[in-house]
Design a binder for this molecule. Structure first.
Ligand code: AHR
Length: 483
């Protein structure tokens, strides 16, 4: 059985921490930094380059403290930022709902708005929904029109809360408490709910509460007419600051053992997916089609501390990690509908690092760009002759069966690998083949050397023989010959 790779696997998440939004995304309309309506042009263009599918905002943790009315219209005094953040001693409101939705329009991404279920109310949610989706004859639709957007935005995807506040800060041991909150927020919309896509909370294995999601789902779907969430949110960071501790080393300072230890942790993403797959089957109701929204994935290195604005450097190791993580999401895309790298700019496993007018693309950006041909294609089986734990291969084929994309990750630190593709002779030709690698696994992109890690063309012989360098990612696009 095959399935299509969801275009939302290349999605992103960002919120009001460090320099993610202010500097990273929003510079303001009067800035000398090239921008469209206040949003950095280099970041807009880059998002289009990776085929960004959806954008999740305003959090994360920030969502559960965000009161949207503070961020619309001409008068937006800053508010108290409740979460320690040296870069933002006050919470600036310049980037609000209209700016976020404009960013989505400019990049072609679907907006995913996360609703404040922790310190907000169902009524506040209804008002927000009315602001973005209702006709201008309504109270908040009229406000939107007065702020320059007469037509409703028609936002379909809504995240109902964020894990941290709902589970950790309010009532971690009581999934029914969250389920009741979820149902209240859903009931606010009653009929509209059926046309919308709601993302409820799941929990990764990192949280150590394996039965939590099933209990929440049981409560949400206890009534036969009740709809389960359309997707469950899963957040999971790997790396020295979270899972893995000392054995992963730091962002740049890591040993060979640390390298393998970090990559080996990725099996926990597969575990999360398997656990949610089973939980949905058993607890979401008979005909449920609930998906997984892996809405925060990535590495959290020890150097990404609050004092450092949660910023971390990325090496080629992060690129290999990103490629293997994306392979997991593509492979499970029958149930993983969204995967959101965290966070878009200047924080954790970002896609862009900015400094004033300068903007560089990270190794993770280049991996997403390299692999984007898989999006929208059907996963096909690739059968290796020999088992090789250091080689990970993923294949996909276009709907019309005229194009194949193969991506191969050689995670071995020392050995290269010769691969011979067993394709019927004369039927296929290589339309492009590119590799991401470097001599040193510690190589990285800096403002002085911004393209040390990027895709470069690689040779594939006419008989489809290909040599994969150590620690490399190769993507090959094949087209069917006109016979
Ligand atoms: O991405 C940083 C934070 O990590 C998010 O706000 C939260 O959801 C997660 O725990």
């Amino acid at each position: 059985m095959t399935h299509r790779v969801s275009k939302f696997i290349h999605s992103v998440f960002f919120e009001f921490f460090g320099h993610v939004i202010y500097d990273g995304i929003w510079v303001g309309k009067d800035s000398p930094i090239p921008n469209i309506d206040g949003i950095r042009k280099d970041v807009i263009d880059g998002c289009r380059e990776i085929g960004v599918g959806a954008m999740r905002w305003p959090g994360g943790c920030c969502a559960d403290h965000y009161h949207w009315k503070n961020g619309i219209g001409p008068d937006r005094p800053p508010r108290l930022h409740p979460i320690p953040d040296p870069a933002n001693p006050v919470w600036r409101m310049d980037f609000g709902t209209d700016e976020f939705l404009r960013f989505c329009e400019l990049t072609g991404a679907e907006p995913v708005l996360t609703v404040n279920t922790a310190t907000g109310s169902p009524e506040e949610f209804l008002d927000w929904f009315e602001y973005v989706n209702a006709p201008k004859e309504t109270k908040y639709g009229a406000m939107r029109a007065a702020n320059g957007h007469p037509e409703p935005y028609n936002v379909r995807y809504w995240g109902i809360g964020n894990t941290d506040e709902n589970v950790w800060h309010i009532d971690y041991n009581n999934p029914v408490a969250y389920a009741q909150t979820y149902l209240k927020f859903q009931t606010v919309l009653r009929e509209d709910r059926k046309r919308l896509y709601f993302i409820g909370l799941g929990l990764s294995m990192r949280h150590g509460l394996p039965g939590w999601t099933g209990k929440a789902l049981d409560h949400i779907t206890r009534n036969q007419r009740a709809m389960p969430p359309d997707a469950l949110s899963v957040h999971h960071y790997l790396g020295g600051a979270k899972q893995g501790g000392q054995c992963c080393g730091d962002a740049v300072d890591f040993t060979d053992e640390n390298y393998y230890a970090l990559l080996n942790l990725l099996e926990r993403y597969q575990y999360d997916i398997d656990l949610h797959r089973i939980t949905i089957r058993e607890h979401a109701g008979q005909n449920a089609n609930t998906k997984i929204c892996f809405d925060e994935w990535g590495i959290w290195h020890p150097e990404a501390a609050v004092a450092n604005n949660l910023n971390q450097r990325q090496t080629l190791r992060d690129a290999i990690f990103a490629a293997l993580a994306l392979h997991i999401f593509y492979r499970n895309s029958d149930i993983v509908e969204f995967a959101m790298e965290t966070q878009l700019c200047n924080l954790l496993q970002s896609l862009f690092e900015t400094k004033g007018e300068k903007c560089i693309k990270t190794p993770t950006f280049h991996v997403m760009k390299l692999l984007k041909e898989h999006l929208g294609q059907n996963v096909i089986p690739v059968l290796p002759d020999d088992k090789d734990d250091d080689l990970d291969v993923l294949g996909s084929m276009s709907e019309d069966k005229k194009n194949i994309t193969l991506s191969l990750v050689n995670r071995h630190l020392v050995n290269d690998k010769r691969v011979v593709l067993g394709l019927p002779s004369g039927e296929w030709n290589v339309s492009k083949a590119d590799v991401i690698t470097a001599d040193d696994i510690h190589a990285m992109n800096t403002f002085d050397e911004p393209e040390a890690i990027r895709d470069r063309p690689v040779a594939v012989s006419e008989s489809f023989v290909l040599d994969l360098p150590p620690h490399s990612i190769v993507r090959i696009c094949l087209s069917l010959n006109n016979l």
